[in-house]
Design a protein around this ligand. Sequence first.
Ligand SMILES: [Fe+2]
Length: 425
Amino acid sequence: MGTFPIQNFFLFTARNKMIVIILMPSTKKNMKTAQLQKHLSLFCITFCLFLFAGAFSGNAQEQIKISHGPYLQAMTDSGVSIIWTTNKPATGWVELAPDDSSHFYQSERPQFFCTANGLKNVGTIHQVHLKNLLPNTRYRYRVYSQEVLKHEFVYVHYGNVAATGVYRKKPLTFTTHGRPGPFEFAVVNDIHERNNVLKQLLSQVDLANAGFIVFNGDMINASMNEEQVFGGFMDTATALFASETPMYYARGNHETRGPFASEFARYFPGIGGNLYYMFTKGNACFIVLDGGEDKPDSDIEYSGITDMDNYRTEQANWLAKVVQTDAFKNAKYKIAICHIPPADGWHGNQEIKKKWVPVLNKAGINIFIAAHEHRHRIQKSSGAIQFPVIVNSNNNIIKASISEKEARFRIFDTAGKLVDEWVVQ
Ligand SMILES: [Fe+2]
């Protein structure tokens, strides 16, 4: 090929490799050499473009992975919802195994897909609703997602699969409700994306053995995007407990604000498709209500996007029916959970007092657990509100112990100091 003095070269990196491109010298003495230089330069440019394209397609070829979760929602005696996200559009399913001595790989496990109306959902947020489970039963589970590369006409092109581990670590588990006898649960609220406070408060709970944890609203400042939800509190919750211990979410007013607010139920579905719902555990029945916003719907702060008065009326109608069920009537302890307390304060407080409290009074509710005020107080029962209301501070945790003898609610601060206590007998 001959020898040429090297006059020009440049280098760049692509896909973590250093590439050196040599440009040939110009020499008037040899026309053939000049022509060769021209061809080689064109070749170099083409080669560069090829490598850059490769570098970009390399990013596109990032492997599918589970980016957040899985975590449990909507646990009942016979069902649970399992939620997770992936970094790429995918289908999702859960494989379920009994909690016996068999290895998860011993046999093919039944699959439960993330679907709607008979079609598998393709997306990055995955919800699988498991139904017809046995009460008071421990199950092992594994979540899967398969990347969907392209959906062309009737042909679906699939990519790789991501799944939670069952080989190098134990499969995840959950236990359905339905066990009689005592249990414990804990409530935190108004965390407003303070992961450190969430950790401090939850460190006081035996999370593996807790019946469940309640997030009583305002876990975020405003609903902006998915990363804020996970970065603000939900990744911490998943790491600490939420993959195996159920969490119930009573939506707060701050979750209703922002462009991502309407996505809430895709991440935190209530029971039966609503963010207000009822569930039982042991000898207690819990009614979770969605207090909505605290100011009138016409307030300038909501930009005309809320319809909370009608939503609270809808809940009042549901409430009137649910307190007539045997599950509610037969429960020894009847506990209401809602972010905003009933009171004579702002519009939201008054709405709750006017629309829900008469039903709750008549139904014999034992205690109402609220939040929202960023301070601790216990509002004793009175003529208008005939049950106590624990208004939990943004820096405290309620640890509740429910037994046949009593329902005891102890309130602790971040340092673990007992702040207050209330007992229902
Ligand atoms: Fe609030």
